[in-house]
Every structure is written in C-alpha cells, then in structure tokens.
Design a protein around this ligand. Structure first.
Ligand code: SAH
Length: 505
C-alpha cells in the first residue's frame, strides 16, 4: 500500500511584526508537524509552533550560506512523501520575491498536495510603518515592486529602467541596499526628478525599524552615514513625502527603547506586551521561579481545619493558585470557605480569588502589606483568627502588624519564590538596555545574583531603573541602584504607565 501523502502549506509570515501573520497562517502553523522557515521570520512566530513540531531552519544571513533553493525544494518533497503536514514559512508574502513558485513547481511535479497562504509583503507594510502609503489620491495611482539586485548597468537587465523611471508613480525596491547608488543614478538618468522624495527603511515593522528619508539626489549619502544595511526597502515617489505627516510607528512614546523586564517567569509576557504596545523592545529575564513546596502537610492541615479561621488573606495570585491546587488534591472545594472573610492584597490577587467564584471582602487601595494592615485597623479583628497564605519567603509586616492589633495570626507558605541561582553572566549584556524594570524586591535581589556587581555598576549609568513601588525602590536603593521611575499604582499596569509617562516628557 502506498504511504499516505503529506501536504505542504506555503505560508507567508508577514514582514516582521509577529502579529502581521494571517489567522489562517497561524492556525496551520500550530497544527504543522514540520515547519521549514527562513531567516526573516520573526522568532516570536516560530514560538507558536506545536511543542513537538520539527523545526527546520534553512536560511542564514544574506551574504552567508543559504541552503540552496533546489535543496529546499527537494526537502519539502521528501517530508511530504513521509506523510508529514509541512508548513513552509516565508517572510512577507511567499509569492513576492519569495521563490514560492519554485518550491510549488516541484511539489506539482511530484503530485504532492499543497496550499498557499498569502502574507503581508514588506513592500507595502514596511512603507506603511514608515508612514508612507504606497498609493495616494492626487500623488500617484500606480505602484511597481522591483528587485534591487539587478544591476541597471548590466546589458541584459530585465527591468525596463527607461520606462519605469517616469512611467510609474511609486517604485519600491527590495534587496536594493548594495545597489542603491546604481538604482538612484539610473532613475535620474532616465528622467526622474532628482528632487523626488524617497526613503530607505531597515528592519521595518519591528522595534529595530530605522528610516532614512531623503531625495533621489541625496539618499545615497544619507543611507551611508546612517549605516543602513539589509534587510531594507527603498521607496521612491511623491508619496514618500507624506511621511512628514503620517509617520506613526516611530512616533510611539517608547519606540527605540530597549527594556529588560525582570519578573517571575509567569508574568513576563504581560508587562512586556504593555511596553511593546507603546513601541519598546523588551527582553524578558525571569529571575524567580515559582515552585511548589516540598511538603504540604501544614497547608493541608489548615485547609482541613479552615473553620477555625475568621479571615483568610491571600498576598499573591500564586498563593491563590497553589491553595486551589491543594483543595483539589484534598478533594475539597471552595464551599469550605463559606462564612470566612477573604482579603486580597492587590487587584490581580482579587481577580484570581473571584475567578473561583469567591467574593473578596477587603482589598486595599495601597497594594502592599502596609496597605492591607491600614484597612484591618478599621476592622474589629481583636481575638480573631487570621490565616495568611503566601510565599515561603516574604516580609513580615502584615503578620506582625495584625498581631499587634490583637489578632491570632497563622502564616502558611503555599509555594516557594526561588531566586535563580545561576549567573546570566553574559558580558556586556546589560549595555544594550535603556531601562530595567523590577516588580518586586526579590527581582531586584535576583538581578544582583544574575549579574556580577561589577557589571551592574559598570553599566549603571547606561540604563535606568523602574520600580513597581516604594518597597521595591527601597530595596534597589539599598543595593546601590538609583530609581528613576516608580509606579504610582503598584501593579504591572501602573508600572507600564509610569514608564510611559517618563518617556513621554
Ligand atoms: N517575500 C518577502 C520578500 C523577500 S526578499 C516579502 O514579501 O516581503 C527579502 C527582502 O525583503 C529584503 O532584502 C528586504 O528588501 C525586504 N524585507 C523583508 N522584510 C523586511 C523588513 N522587515 N524591513 C525592510 N525590508 C524587508
């Protein structure tokens, strides 16, 4: 019996911004057994592949080794013949200077089923992110997209330079950085005005985007002094002048800022996403790992005797999560909390509790142990039994304060927040950052474990520090770091908005 044939999906990954991939492309990527991808595909997109998908990288930097096209074509045939569902992922659109057609032709020859999913091409999207609409009423009603690899001085050039120079409105050249002087001089030679606006855009649609605007007369010099290298596109035409008014991507408040986000692993993406939304480029450095306790006998025992308590306090979402896990392990559920008052330290903790359909009686405006203590000063807690579920390592402001108010306090750790021990130790790693964020004292302490003091203080003036609140700031100062930004609201949202305010000034 013939082996079942696989199928190949040729998918456009878009121009760089990981969100500029189609819904269909993303779905197929998640379902693929094998993903064969190129150099210009955003690594964030690759991370969406299924954990057991085989990932095959076939492209290296432009001037270095690339798996030859015929080998890639043959690879796709081989994988499909093994019965695999293959996604062949390409930057931009697979049929716009993507050699997608060549890959498909061999599939056709081998009678292998395939589909093509278009992508957003850099030719249009990179211009857009540079504030340039490729067509505009009154300025141009035609658009040409060209390879910039053709040397116009070659006798057998396949581009009709004499015609395109004046016969088209907007001209977009891909792969044209090296040939820029030839392209520009040829366009002028064939009659395009030297004053025509143009723009070269490198790494468009990504946080590293760099635009270099000019005219046909001066763009060559400008690109040279701006040190622009591939990947970049050249846009020529009156529309390039609209950038003065329409440039939106590079004007976002955090554009061009490199931010190191230190957080417990789980929360990383949320703060990064908020900062990236405003234009920043974020690197995530998890410094703390949230781990279960080795022994749950104490927590289990208070859960079994939960009726003894009048109040239950959670100090973090993780506390709620591990508490819930123990309930399940003990085959109990939230009904055991009937008649017990519940307090949360901050809004995220409150949300986590409410997600269990338990309402929260108290959640202070000031999301710190001090804030909760202030609220409890108004509650009648003298003689009451209070259970605090929290991390193994935490400050004792709350339990101590509640005891002073006459309560009987039982502190039970539900998880460990462990500092990562190993050093990151990448030399000069820190020099690339404009800002480092700390969302807890332990993150600040963990930072000093991950890097040597020498490196931190050597780089200290190169990056600024943003802290989630006064407690974290105090720890930073104790460690010798100056805090430039402090959140007014002690949440990730509060921190993101403080950073935004700082850079918007
Ligand atoms: N199929 C792709 C083009 C592949 S050719 C598409 O539709 O976009 C590779 C060239 O595309 C690069 O040399 C560069 O000119 C352009 N390019 C791709 N991504 C780019 C980006 N993020 N910024 C600027 N140019 C880009």
């Amino acid at each position: 019996m013939a082996q079942a044939k696989g199928k190949v999906y040729l998918v456009g990954a878009g121009p760089g911004d990981a969100e500029l991939i189609t819904l269909k492309g993303m779905r197929l990527l998640k379902e693929a057994q094998v993903v064969v991808y190129d150099r210009l595909v955003n690594p964030k997109i690759i991370r969406e592949c299924s954990a057991d998908a085989e990932l095959i990288y076939v492209g290296k930097a432009a001037d270095k080794h690339i798996l030859p096209q015929d080998k890639i074509n043959a690879l796709l045939v081989r994988l499909a013949k093994k019965g695999k569902t293959v996604v062949r992922l390409k930057g931009g659109d697979p049929f716009v200077f993507g050699r997608g057609g060549e890959e498909i032709l061999l599939l056709v020859k081998n009678k292998i089923p395939f589909e093509v999913v278009p992508g957003i091409t850099s030719a249009i999207a990179v211009a857009c992110y540079a504030g340039i609409p490729v067509t505009h009423r009154g300025l141009t009603s035609s658009l040409g997209i060209f390879t910039g690899q053709e040397d116009p001085n070659k006798k057998d050039t396949s581009i009709a330079w004499d015609k395109i120079s004046t016969g088209l409105g907007t001209l977009v050249f891909l792969m044209g950085v090296e040939n820029l002087p030839n392209i520009v001089s040829t366009l002028i030679k064939y009659g395009r005005a030297a004053t025509t606006p143009c723009c070269v855009v490198q790494w468009g649609t990504t946080p590293r985007q760099k635009s270099c605007p000019g005219t046909l007369a001066d763009i060559e010099n400008k690109v040279r002094s701006a040190k622009i290298s591939p990947p970049a596109i050249l846009i020529v035409g009156e529309v390039a002048g609209l950038r003065n008014k329409l440039n939106w991507f590079e004007k976002r408040p955090l554009f061009g800022k490199n931010i190191l986000v230190t957080l417990p692993a789980e929360d990383n993406s949320r703060l990064s996403a908020m900062l990236e939304d405003q234009g920043a480029e974020c690197a995530a450095l998890p410094l703390i790992s949230i781990r279960p306790m080795d022994d749950y006998s104490r927590l289990d025992s208070v859960i079994r005797n939960i009726d003894d308590f009048h109040w239950l306090i959670f100090t973090s979402q993780n506390g709620v999560r591990f508490f819930k896990d123990r309930l399940r392990a003990l085959k109990k559920d939230i009904r055991i909390l009937a008649g017990i008052k519940v307090a949360a330290i901050g809004p995220k903790t409150k949300e986590a509790i409410e997600a269990l359909s338990v309402s929260v009686d108290v959640q202070p405006k000031d999301f710190r142990q001090e804030g909760l203590l202030a609220v409890f000063k108004k509650e009648k807690i003298k003689g009451k039994n209070i259970l605090i579920i929290r991390a193994q390592e935490a400050r004792d402001v709350l339990p101590g304060g509640l005891e002073k108010l006459g309560a009987r306090v039982c502190v039970v750790p539900a998880y460990k927040a462990e500092l990562l021990r190993e050093k990151v130790g990448i030399k000069d790693f820190l020099s690339g950052f404009d800002l480092v964020t700390f969302t807890s004292s332990s993150c600040a302490e963990g930072f000093f474990r991950a890097f040597s003091k020498k490196e931190i203080f050597f780089q200290k003036n190169k990056f600024k520090i943003a802290s989630i609140g006064p407690v974290t700031s105090a720890t930073c100062r104790k460690l010798g770091l100056k805090v430039a930004i402090e959140a007014k609201q002690f949440t990730l949202e509060g921190l993101a908005s403080a950073v935004l305010k700082y850079y918007s000034k």
